[in-house]
Write a protein that binds this ligand. Structure first.
Ligand SMILES: N[C@@H](CCC(=O)N[C@@H](CS)C(=O)NCC(=O)O)C(=O)O
Length: 200
């Protein structure tokens, strides 16, 4: 199988961490691409009509996307047990919370990187940051016991989301007022799967 990817993408990182945690690095080769919302390589669009990464090119079936579909596919195919039936709706909801955080954080980057400066909207950017902080507060207040449990797909998503904030929004100090999440992330970020997938 081949993963169409870029190391900087937090959605790609979710998949890469899943691959490392599952011991699947021999089964999935990485195919790096450079893509933005304004410039999508033809091979990405051919595999995913929305033009987004990650995409997994399977050996025995059509390409699949997005990150949640790929992690669930890997989980089911290789019996990784990252979506345990007993906690499935909690795992999916927390994963969706982390993915929503990433969506907002990525859109903030696009606003300044892809749009002309005269069109930048402070109100829009801060509204996106409000989604990030809302997700962070929800995790700090309601999900820490879940994060303390056995490794699952939601933990991977949260870890990648927080590391993306460090990578792209270091001045926003997401740890302020969220000591439990900061402590959890310090430990999670030291996992070999996180160290081996860190963007340059
Ligand atoms: N919901 C998608 C989001 C993927 C996504 O937004 N990927 C970004 C990179 S971080 C992308 O490909 N952007 C290019 C674009 O928006 O056209 C997923 O979970 O895979």
């Amino acid at each position: 199988m081949k993963l169409i990817m870029s190391p900087a993408s937090p959605f790609v990182r979710k998949v890469r961490v899943t691959i490392h945690e599952g011991g699947l690095t021999e089964q999935v080769t990485e195919h790096p691409v450079t893509t933005t919302a304004l410039d999508t390589p033809a091979e990405v669009r051919a595999a995913n009509p929305t033009g987004k990464i990650p995409v997994l090119l399977r050996d025995d079936g059509p390409a699949i996307y997005d990150s949640r579909v790929i992690t669930r596919y890997l989980d089911a195919t290789f019996d990784l047990r990252l979506y345990p039936a007993s906690r499935l709706w909690e795992v999916l909801t927390l994963e969706a919370t982390a993915d929503g955080l990433m969506d907002a954080a990525v859109l903030m980057v696009y606003e300044h990187r892809l749009r002309p400066e005269e069109l930048w909207s402070e109100a829009w950017t801060e509204a996106q940051w409000g989604k990030v902080t809302g997700a962070l507060d929800a995790i700090e207040n309601r999900w820490m016991s879940h994060l303390a449990g056995p490794l699952d797909a939601a933990q991977i998503a949260v870890g990648c989301a927080l590391s993306y904030l460090d990578f792209r929004h270091p001045g926003r100090s997401w740890r302020d007022g969220r000591p439990a999440l900061a402590e959890w992330h310090a430990a999670f970020g030291a996992r070999p799967s996180m160290l081996e997938t860190a963007p340059e």
